[in-house]
Design a protein around this ligand. Structure first.
Ligand code: RP5
Length: 164
């Protein structure tokens, strides 16, 4: 199975990204995490992305806040799918990072999830890996069914309380 790369612009992004790690663990998908910044350690970020395909990665998740150029900088050096998580650093409620991550020029795509959307970043990464992995695809289908059941159980409780 291909690995998921997880690149964070700073260790201060870890509390948000831990949700993605928990989901990857739940699905037993292998990952490798690094703290490489597009601005503070550009050489390491470049080297990682240039070698990602030959090192067995199938998708890369990038989390960064503020002037969040990390996902775009990683995507510039690989044709592996890149998922960007804009991080809310308390300024502009993360709108700065959202726009910096999502507004990529044609030719260098970044699949951007919601501000702090680490859960969906992990699920999307798993879906990309599952294109070529039947067992993983079945696990994703099972999770959808379980999630739907949970919502309907909550609906039943609310219906019982309010629909007199
Ligand atoms: C970004 O700047 C990082 O991804 C982080 O979200 C933000 C702040 O970094 P620190 O100053 O907390 O290291 O590059």
């Amino acid at each position: 199975m291909k690995k998921v790369g997880i690149i964070l612009g700073s260790d201060s992004d870890l509390p948000i990204v831990e949700k993605a790690i928990a989901i990857l663990n739940e699905f037993e998908v292998k990952y490798e995490l690094h703290i490489y910044s597009a601005h503070r350690t550009p050489e390491q970020a470049k080297e990682f992305s240039q070698n990602a395909r030959k090192n067995g990665f199938g998708v890369i998740i990038c989390a960064a806040g503020m002037a969040a150029h990390l996902a775009g900088a990683i995507a510039a050096n690989t044709t592996i799918p890149v998922i960007g998580i804009p991080i809310d650093c308390g300024k502009f409620s993360g709108l700065d990072a959202l726009l910096s991550t999502v507004q990529m020029p044609t030719g260098i795509p970044v699949a951007t999830v919601a501000v702090n959307g680490a859960g969906n970043a992990a699920l999307l990464a798993i879906q990309i890996i599952a294109v070529e992995d039947k067992v993983l695809a079945e696990k994703l289908d099972a999770k959808r069914i379980a999630d739907t059941k949970k919502v309907l159980e909550k609906s039943a409780i609310a219906e019982e309380k309010y629909n007199k």
